[in-house]
Ligand binder design. Structure first.
Ligand code: F6P
Length: 544
């Protein structure tokens, strides 16, 4: 369906046109109850969206849009295990991975026995390593674990592993390698002892070029150093939906942990792909992470749209993108431990909804996902926030902070929170000409004041939401990630696209394969475009 032709869409458009643009400053002045009215909380997460450019009539109009897009029907279809990923003919059941019991989704289509059995095997494997009972080829205990994967087989466990590093096993090193550039793997190998290192090859397809090349190099390094190809059996495990390919690689069948075609890569953190994370934080903390996500799943399924965190978050995104014209969305964690959250979200959102063709194969009638970008907020303040404050662009922001810290240095947490709250307030309310003039008049003569005045005005009205967590523990983090996952799903439904395929990444892979032989063989470059030929010629010259 063309959502822009729907009654709800037209009503929202009419609402936007009829309500004269009111500055956030004025919206707050008019309604002292605004912060409370435009906030939701759930399981230790406060979601304050009062600094978005909406009024009390906007949200009901947006929820009508969700209804008209048949969100409830699509949600039921996803949770029922229907093959809603049409272009890949797959079900979308990552929510099953958070559950602790079956049957699910239904008696005749129960995936839970496999899910629970795999989780149990993962826990046993993780415990053996954590206890020092997992021995390498020479009889020494495993002390370092290297996850080799990319995209969804890297970003999720790495992001959560860093977020929860305060609870990491103290005697184990857990590392992540994703990049084809040897500058990531080579220096890491220099620090590792092959006798005590375990490699986890994380790849749903077990064909991804980056992962397979890194895994092969790690294998060669191991065999060269331990002097026996049989060592691979003690030092490699695989997390994959293609177990036969892992076994072919030389990995013991009992060290292969499955996932299934109904788990999308960017939703696979909760599956065997989370093994490195489970080894780091332990099966109990991993179970808490799953429990937090499952709570969000239940909230998403059972809460009326007006009070439903993922739905409201998604609808605000639709409002900003499709009605206010925002083209990007900044993710700004005021929490060092969420350092990798922006890049995790980039894959989750842009690989899911970065599309312009609908699920029906027709061009979308409206823009879909904005560009997601971001950085630790406090660092960003001293880098790119200038543009957010005075650059004249509409950039909705997600501020994320946790009240309690795992690293409570005196005064740090208070200052961090103050900065987070100050930035969203400054972006929303700005500084008027009158305020700036009255400030400057205390120290400047009229001529100097007039010169400086335009530079000291902050237009404000920059919309943001703040997600304030009581603390960043496994449960709350699980809920936070599931919140964004469902937000992505809701937006995909409204835009009418398939959030679960990613055909757009294929072309570059195919072109890379055709260019690879021409890096060393000039004759093979002749059919390529002249720019690529020039790049290849320069490379050959310097490689030589
Ligand atoms: O190229 C994109 C992608 O397919 C992602 O969707 C996926 O997370 C990543 O590559 C890694 O894929 P795999 O787990 O199969 O190695």
């Amino acid at each position: 369906m063309n959502i822009t032709a729907s009654t709800a869409w037209k009503a929202i458009e009419a609402h936007r046109l009829s309500s004269s643009p009111v500055h956030l400053r004025e919206m707050f002045a008019r309604d002292p109850g605004r912060a409370n009215a435009l906030s939701l909380s759930f399981d230790g997460i406060l979601f304050d969206f009062s600094k978005q450019r909406i009024d009390s009539t906007t949200l009901p109009l947006l929820t009508a849009l969700a209804r008209e897009a048949r969100l409830a029907e699509w949600t039921d279809r996803m949770f029922a295990g229907e093959r809603i990923n049409a272009s890949e003919d797959r079900a979308v059941l990552h929510v099953a991975l958070r559950r602790s019991a079956g049957p699910f989704p239904a008696g005749n289509l129960d995936v839970m026995s496999e899910v629970l059995a795999t989780r149990q095997r993962m826990a046993a494997f993780a415990d053996t390593i954590r206890s020092g009972n997992a021995l390498g080829f020479t009889g020494m205990p495993i002390r370092n674990v290297v996850n080799i994967g990319i995209g969804g087989s890297d970003l999720g466990p790495k992001m959560v592993g860093y977020a929860l590093r305060s609870m990491s096993h103290p005697a184990l090193g857990v590392h992540y390698v994703s990049n084809l550039d040897g500058a990531q793997l080579a220096p890491l190998l220099q620090t590792l002892d092959p006798r005590t290192t375990l490699f986890l090859v994380a790849s749903k397809t077990f064909t991804t070029q980056e992962t397979m090349l890194n895994a092969q190099t790690a294998r060669d390094w191991l065999v060269a150093n331990l002097g026996d190809a049989a060592a691979v059996a003690n030092h490699f495990a695989a997390l994959t939906a293609k177990p036969e390919r892992a076994v072919e690689f030389g990995i013991r069948p009992d060290a292969v942990f499955p996932l299934w075609d109904w788990v999308g890569g960017r939703f696979s953190l909760w599956s065997a792909v989370g093994l490195a994370l489970m080894i780091a934080i332990g099966p109990h903390a991993f179970a808490d992470l799953l429990a937090g996500a499952q709570r969000m799943d239940e909230h998403f399924r059972s809460t009326p749209y007006e009070r439903n965190l993922p739905v409201v978050m998604a609808l605000i995104g639709i409002w900003n993108t499709n009605f206010l014209g925002a083209t990007s969305n900044a993710v700004l964690p005021y929490n060092e431990s969420l350092k990798y959250f922006p890049s995790f979200l980039q894959q989750l959102e842009m690989e899911s909804n970065g599309k312009s063709v609908g699920i029906d194969g027709q061009p979308l009638a409206c823009a879909a996902n904005p560009i997601v970008w971001g950085e630790l907020g406090n660092n960003g303040q001293h880098a790119f926030f200038q543009l957010l404050h005075q650059g004249g662009r509409l950039v909705p922001c997600d501020f994320i902070a946790a009240v309690r810290s795992d690293y409570p240095l005196p005064g740090h947490q208070e200052a961090l929170l103050a900065n987070c709250f100050a930035q969203s307030a400054a972006l929303a309310f700005g500084k008027t000409v009158d305020e700036a003039r009255s400030e400057l008049s205390r120290t400047l003569q009229p001529a100097a004041l007039a010169e400086l005045l335009p530079h000291k005005v902050f237009p404000g009205n920059q919309p943001s939401s703040t997600l304030l967590l009581s603390r960043l523990d496994p449960h709350t983090l699980g809920a936070l990630v599931a919140l964004y996952e469902h937000k992505v799903f809701v937006q995909g439904v409204i835009w009418g696209l398939n959030s679960f395929d990613q055909w757009g990444v294929e072309l570059g892979k195919a072109v890379a394969n055709s260019i690879l032989p021409a890096i060393t063989n000039a004759a093979l470059a002749e059919k390529l475009d002249v720019s690529t030929q020039q790049l290849l010629a320069f490379s050959r010259q310097h490689l030589a």
